[in-house]
Design a protein around this ligand. Structure first.
Ligand code: NAD
Ligand code: DAU
Length: 350
């Protein structure tokens, strides 16, 4: 089977590529990525020389390029992760999110439809999406299920909701084999330090302020990224066509409690007196349209396909901190911008 994984140089995509390359030596994995600021080939150093792995630099917004790639490679399946993923960036630049997340997804769907010529036997289009399409929950105990109505609030979540609708439209209209998963907040290794957890780890190391939006009372449901990659593997192989699965960790934290816990872990790991890192917490202007609470009910995935998260948050957070402290070169290359030269240095003249 030849699988196109889009966005494989990003945070979650690199974990999915690694899992598929290592677990399925008989599959051919093609990683297509534009290498935006969020794409980093240094996330994949351990698999880049594997015989069943190939990297292609390209933009999913470029319809002709995408159609050519499908014609040339004859893919059996697509696992689509490429996206603009940061909510704050979507507030300052919404159109980029429409182009990549909506138009880019439609280009992939269309190229797959043309390439597969209506024969979807042993073909699959898997769209990796987010719980943010459901909007926000109140402070109670209600959770998002697969039946929850879409109610996106940010340009990011509106673009992901739109791309989910297009995937369903290709299933309903053309009978294309499609599956979608909607996942909660991921954390773990190779997370770009613009997102809350890696940004805070980086700032604590540098003794810089930790910016907390508003009062820090917003709640997110955290899932270890390797558990997400395993869920994608299970859904890709076992889900029936047309199905949607929610993926989540049953790990709800207010941002302020999460950051206080992180501060304690960092003090311990850096041999600093307890309370040192907490002094860096700085309340800043809230995010516009900031969703209050996300929480995922992942019962369907557990009951139908047998997936459950393997790590509780405290354990995963400590593992994550250990990874960031042990991988200073990776972090320094990201913060200095050096990672953006890796493609020219290692790939362009091959
Ligand atoms: P990321 O920003 O770390 O990575 C995105 C990748 O897509 C990057 O490698 C980037 O170069 C690539 N890309 C962007 N625009 C492209 C384009 N036009 N053409 C080709 N490649 C392009 O994102 P992530 O956090 O790894 O998220 C991956 C997917 O999972 C996204 O679809 C996101 O919506 C979804 N998701 C993320 C989370 C999370 O907590 N991070 C949770 C649920 C769902
Ligand atoms: O729920 C899934 C989503 O999780 C994914 O679809 C997105 O791609 C991913 O980026 C993530 O979105 P969030 O907006 O929840 O993640 P972020 O790390 O940006 O923010 C987490 C929470 O922390 C959120 O309530 C905003 C807050 N925050 C964030 C940053 C960057 C702060 O308080 N300070 C910060 O500096």
């Amino acid at each position: 089977m030849k699988i196109l994984i889009t966005g494989g140089a990003g945070f979650i995509g690199s974990h999915v590529v690694r899992r598929f390359v290592n677990t399925y030596p008989n599959y051919e994995i093609v990683n297509l990525d534009k290498l935006t600021y969020a794409g980093n080939l240094e996330n994949l150093l351990d698999v880049e020389k594997s015989a069943n792995y190939k990297f292609v630099k390209g933009d999913i917004v470029d319809a002709a390029f995408i159609q050519n790639l499908f014609d040339k490679e004859n893919f059996d399946a697509v696992i689509h992760l490429a996206a603009e993923s940061h909510v704050d960036r979507s507030i300052s630049n919404p159109i980029e999110f429409v182009m990549t997340n909506v138009v880019g997804t439609c280009n992939l769907l269309n190229a797959a439809k043309t390439s597969w010529k209506g024969d979807y036997d042993k073909k699959r289009f898997y769209h990796v999406s987010t719980d943010e399409v459901y909007g926000t929950l109140g402070e109670g105990t209600e959770m998002f299920t697969e039946e929850t109505s879409y109610d996106p609030h940010s340009p990011y979540s509106a673009s992901k909701a739109s791309s989910d609708h297009f995937v369903r439209a290709y299933y309903d209209t053309y009978g294309m084999d499609c599956v979608i998963s909607n996942c909660s907040n991921n954390y773990g290794s190779f997370h770009f330090p613009e997102k809350l957890i890696p940004l805070s780890i980086h700032n604590i190391k540098q003794n810089k302020a930790i910016p907390i939006y508003g009062k820090g009372e917003n709640i997110r449901d955290w899932l270890w990224v390797e558990d997400h990659a395993r869920a994608i593997d299970v859904i890709f192989h076992k889900a029936k066509s047309g199905e949607t699965y929610n993926i989540g960790g049953h790990n709800e934290w207010t941002n302020i409690d999460l950051i206080r816990t992180l501060c304690k872990v960092m003090d311990k790991k850096l041999n600093r007196e307890e309370g040192t890192s907490e002094k860096l917490i700085t309340y800043v202007t809230d995010r516009a349209g900031h969703d209050l609470r996300y929480a995922i009910d992942a019962k369907k995935l557990k009951n139908e396909l047998g997936w459950e998260p393997s790590l509780q948050f405290e354990e995963g957070l400590e593992k994550t901190v250990d990874w960031y402290l042990a991988n200073e070169t990776w972090l320094n290359n990201v913060t200095s911008g050096n990672y953006q030269h890796y493609y020219e240095e290692q790939y362009q003249n091959r």
